[in-house]
Design a protein around this ligand. Structure first.
Ligand SMILES: [Cu+2]
Length: 122
């Protein structure tokens, strides 16, 4: 009987652990420029900080401008224990609203994606 109890406990712990991992996807925690913010100058880079470490090869962003034109960005890199994706912006951004669509593969193998906007003030 005590053996059965141990087994049940081990199963309970195992399923809790799995549930915990399932929740640990890479969600966007913060960004620079921040979501829904207005910046005075064209940013030289975008920083996206996630809740989990990312796989660089399968993570990235597409930035589009007020005219829906895609903005040229440089090669992304990871910082901060692979949790921050840094994307250089090659073009000088004209005033207007920009949308950043991101996709990420976290080191636990889960894919996430999302989008946010920021405005370059005139
Ligand atoms: Cu996950």
């Amino acid at each position: 009987m005590p053996r059965m109890k141990t087994l049940l406990l081990a199963t309970a712990v195992a399923s809790l652990t799995l549930a915990g991992q399932a929740l640990a996807h890479a969600h966007l925690k913060s960004s620079t420029p921040a979501a829904d913010s207005a910046v005075k100058e064209s940013p030289a880079e975008l920083d996206l900080t996630f809740t989990e470490g990312l796989s660089l090869k399968f993570s990235g962003v597409t930035v589009s401008g007020p005219d829906k034109k895609v903005v040229k960005t440089g090669n992304a890199s990871l910082m901060d224990s692979d949790k921050t994706l840094m994307v250089p912006v090659s073009d000088k951004l004209a005033p207007g609203k920009y949308t950043v669509e991101w996709h990420a593969l976290s080191t636990d193998g889960h894919k996430t994606n999302g989008a946010y906007s920021f405005t370059v003030a005139p």
